[in-house]
Design a protein around this ligand. Structure first.
Ligand code: KIV
Length: 273
């Protein structure tokens, strides 16, 4: 474990994240959807693990995040929580489980917290989901907001391009961020907006702003684990830094396995009983 992590708290809470912003320490966040990867990520010193509804894309192979269900999110989240000792685990409320109905939002959030043991939930949207956020918070459940490119609204946007380049959308985003902070969100994810807007939002709020394609001036960064490890190949936005090419590594290993079997080389004398 790197030296800088040695004095870190044994368990990351929403209060720890608030303190990190106060002291100018950047927050690291990655997605995870299963026990084995979550265990590696947690042991590597990550601060926050997001069980994102991007599971719909990278785990289930859907084109959008819309099809994934609450029970499927719960399955992924419970698997992650079983592996994690230190990071704060945040779970996405999937599409259709909170929009336009704050009572349903509360029920969805309670089901996630009860059945997974996670530490917080995340919802997409600003002013229009305020009532749902308030109701969830009233049950003592920490809420992370999500603004900018909100993939559950892809059919409204029509495209995954950078959001809030125009003044009107940028102003609405700043207002939404203030509403989420006032309502009581402990943090906000800001996706795919200009870096200077990210800077303005982060410096105007007391709560941490965690960016994905929102530039370097925000309080932390999040990436989808399959993208940063290079398991996915077709998705290559400018903001994505790939730390590995696992697609090629896994493919090479599987090709060697197939060829060893075909040649009668596996198993060897030593590998049998
Ligand atoms: O679902 C997800 O993975 C997310 C991240 C992109 C922030 O919401």
């Amino acid at each position: 474990m790197p030296d800088s992590l040695k004095e870190k708290p044994a368990k990351i809470t929403t209060h720890v994240l608030q303190n990190m912003k106060l002291h100018g320490e950047k927050i690291s966040m990655l997605t995870a959807y299963d026990y084995s990867l979550a265990r590696i990520i947690d042991n590597s010193g990550i601060d926050v693990i997001l069980v994102g509804d991007s599971a719909s894309n990278v785990m289930a192979g859907y084109e959008t995040t819309l099809p994934i269900t609450l029970n499927e999110m719960i399955y992924h989240a419970a698997s992650v929580v079983r592996a994690v000792k230190r990071a704060l685990v945040v779970v996405d409320l999937p599409f259709g489980t909170y929009q336009g109905n704050s009572k349903e939002a509360l029920n969805s959030a309670i089901k996630i917290m009860k059945e997974t043991g996670a530490g917080a939930v995340k919802l997409e949207g600003g002013k229009e989901i305020r009532e749902s956020v308030e109701r969830i918070l009233s049950a003592g459940i920490p809420v992370m907001g999500h603004l900018g490119l909100t993939p559950q609204s892809i059919h409204k946007f029509g495209t995954y391009v950078v959001r809030a380049k125009e003044k009107a959308e940028a102003e609405k985003l700043i207002e939404d961020a203030q509403i989420l902070e006032e309502t009581g969100c402990f943090s906000i994810v800001l996706e795919k907006v200009p870096a200077l807007l990210g800077k303005k939002v982060a410096s105007g709020l007391k709560i941490p702003v965690i960016g994905i394609g929102a530039g370097r001036y925000v309080d932390g960064q999040v990436l989808v684990i399959h993208d940063m490890l290079g398991i996915t190949q077709e998705f290559s936005p400018r903001f994505l830094r790939r730390y590995h090419n696992l697609y090629a590594e896994i493919k090479g290993a599987v090709e060697n396995y197939v060829s060893d079997i075909k040649r009668g080389d596996f198993p060897s004398e030593k590998e049998q009983y």
